[in-house]
Design a protein around this ligand. Structure first.
Ligand SMILES: [Zn+2]
Ligand SMILES: [Zn+2]
Length: 145
């Protein structure tokens, strides 16, 4: 390594090698690169969830003859993605489990949401609590969406 550095220094000093000014895209790459993808082990606690509730919530919508679509924006995965989106919708606890604590969850405590609205319900600034789907829908209506 030192030999290579010495060789470069000698080359630059002799005029055989010269510095090429850093290009803009190189600078961006250096500023925004990071090592990712290593395997790490994480200890985590998480709230108990019952996967049956998801299936039953979707079945209840189907029994009522309703499409599986977002209760906020009406996005329907099957309409957009065809068979790939058939049967896909995200399930959201209207009262967050960290507030409800250990308790019995009813189907009426769950909402069908698309991925975007689901994220927006969970998005909050420090000190804010999560939005319910109704709150998010009201905010979107106020924005004329
Ligand atoms: Zn939505
Ligand atoms: Zn959720």
């Amino acid at each position: 390594m030192l030999n290579a550095a010495d060789a470069l220094a000698t080359g630059i000093g002799s005029g055989e090698l010269y510095h090429v000014p850093q290009q803009a895209d190189e600078a961006d790459r250096e500023l925004y690169s990071a090592i990712e993808g290593r395997l790490l082990v994480r200890w985590a606690t998480y709230r108990e969830r019952d996967p049956q509730l998801r299936r039953r919530k979707m079945e209840a919508a189907r029994r009522r003859g309703e499409a599986l679509r977002c209760s906020v924006c009406s996005f329907d995965f099957e309409r957009t993605y065809g068979s790939l989106g058939d049967g896909y919708i995200e399930i959201h606890h209207v009262t967050p489990l960290h507030i409800a604590g250990p308790s019995e969850t009813r189907l009426s405590d769950l909402a069908l949401l698309c991925a975007n609205c689901h994220r927006m319900c969970h998005r909050s600034r420090p000190g804010e609590s999560w939005r319910t789907p109704d709150m998010l829908r009201d905010e979107m209506n106020q924005l004329g969406r």
